[in-house]
Design a protein around this ligand. Structure first.
Ligand SMILES: C[S@@+](CC[C@H](N)C(=O)[O-])C[C@H]1O[C@@H](n2cnc3c(N)ncnc32)[C@H](O)[C@@H]1O
Length: 156
């Protein structure tokens, strides 16, 4: 199953970029033996798409047809890392080809897109900057791959 991160805003050179690139490379390496990956990052330019509904159009174009949509939103479901990993594995085993993780901009995700998502996942009730949400997501994807691979990176 291919994974997609569809995110508003470009993250250029800097500490967040370095972390994202590192976790994505680690995810791809670990995921290969698990039929997971690659994880592709779609960075959507928000300069001409200012409102959440304009941004939803950009996000829709980046989400592959038939993809399982996971929207990241503080109002979503708080999951353990193991449950997150298991969800990914279950959808892979169900034959889903693409899973798209969607991250909004400063005003969050368009309500229609949120309603169409198959799942809303929260990293807690606090609001994080979109750049940090992206870093956290890539770390959790790598962590999920290590859990599914049975490697000792994750400790409960
Ligand atoms: C600055 S936040 C936008 C917050 C905005 N108030 C809202 O209503 O969503 C930008 C994006 O980061 C992600 N994000 C921020 N905090 C999050 C959290 N606690 N859990 C999951 N995603 C989060 C979401 O995708 C959100 O759309």
């Amino acid at each position: 199953m291919r994974l997609h991160i569809c995110a508003i805003g470009r993250i250029r050179k800097g500490p967040e970029r370095a972390l994202i690139d590192d976790y994505l490379a680690r995810f791809d390496r670990t995921g290969r033996a698990l039929s997971l990956g690659p994880c592709l990052e779609h960075q959507l330019d928000d300069r001409k798409a200012v409102t959440a509904s304009e941004q939803a159009k950009l996000l829709d174009r980046a989400i592959p047809d038939g993809a399982e949509i996971i929207a990241l939103d503080e109002r979503g479901q708080v999951m353990s890392s193991r449950d997150f990993a298991q969800h990914i594995a279950t959808r892979r085993d169900a034959g889903i080809m693409d899973m798209a993780f969607v991250i909004g901009g400063a005003d969050g995700l368009d309500p229609d897109l949120r309603a169409r998502a198959h799942k809303l996942v929260s990293f807690g009730a606090m609001v994080w900057p979109h750049m940090l949400a992206r870093v956290m997501l890539t770390e959790q994807l790598y962590r999920a791959a290590t859990i599914l691979a049975g490697s000792p990176y994750h400790r409960d």
